[in-house]
Design a protein around this ligand. Sequence first.
Ligand SMILES: Nc1ncnc2c1ncn2[C@@H]1O[C@H](COP(=O)(O)OP(=O)(O)OP(=O)(O)O)[C@@H](O)[C@H]1O
Ligand SMILES: [Mg+2]
Length: 246
Amino acid sequence: MSLIELKHISRSYTMGERSFYAVEDISLNLNEGEFAVILGPSGAGKSTLLNILGGMDSPTEGELIFDGENIADYNDNELTDYRAWNVGVVFQFYNLIPTLTAYENVALMRDVRANSGKRSVWNKGDIEVMRPEDAIKKVGLEDRMHHFPSQLSGGEQQRISIARAIAKNPRLLLCDEPTGALDTNTGREILKLLQDISHKEGRTVVMVTHNSFCAEIADRVIKVKNARIKSDERIENPKDAMEINW
Ligand SMILES: Nc1ncnc2c1ncn2[C@@H]1O[C@H](COP(=O)(O)OP(=O)(O)OP(=O)(O)O)[C@@H](O)[C@H]1O
Ligand SMILES: [Mg+2]
């Protein structure tokens, strides 16, 4: 079943007299439970597309249907509510709050969702938030729970940011170059975790990367170049994340 449908989505920017497309006329469906990778060179429009999926940016043209709702014309408040209920995000540089412990970082995001109003259109009554300690256990860091980000390695910080993203049980997990700041071994472990979250828990995961080796673990590879989709391929037997090399 399609979780998200993009219909002729574009995002243009105007700089002085000139305007250009960061994303141009993209149409695609993302299925529930799918692990999709968006692959492309720097400047191709990958982050712009991911930000639109996550309600962190809005398209200037087109429709984005998420679970039956067109969010393309949502205002800021509606987008905040959309994100709180549906979207978990993992960034290249983790974006943890330095003055909060790992546990507190995870709890904070979960509370954003838990306190975001029972009357939301997204409240279907069936999405339970996780306890922070359970989310942290899932990423294997229960013994680091009360450390501050500065007391954790890069890979550990990324694990905590994944725990933070999944704690509110999002329908959609978005990752922008999640291994971009990590060495190969640590990166592979992070990819394995994301692959398990999709394949074992059935969660929809969309990961942006410029690294074609990282794309080998996905069910689907969407190549983007010059703001457009160049190809969209299903992978029958994706590699196990622990087997890839770069
Ligand atoms: N807020 C903005 N204002 C103006 N131009 C922007 C803005 N955000 C992105 N762009 C432009 O849109 C294009 C696509 O940017 P985007 O960040 O989506 O690329 P990317 O594929 O994620 O690249 P990278 O791999 O380097 O992260 C680039 O030319 C970028 O300069
Ligand atoms: Mg980017």
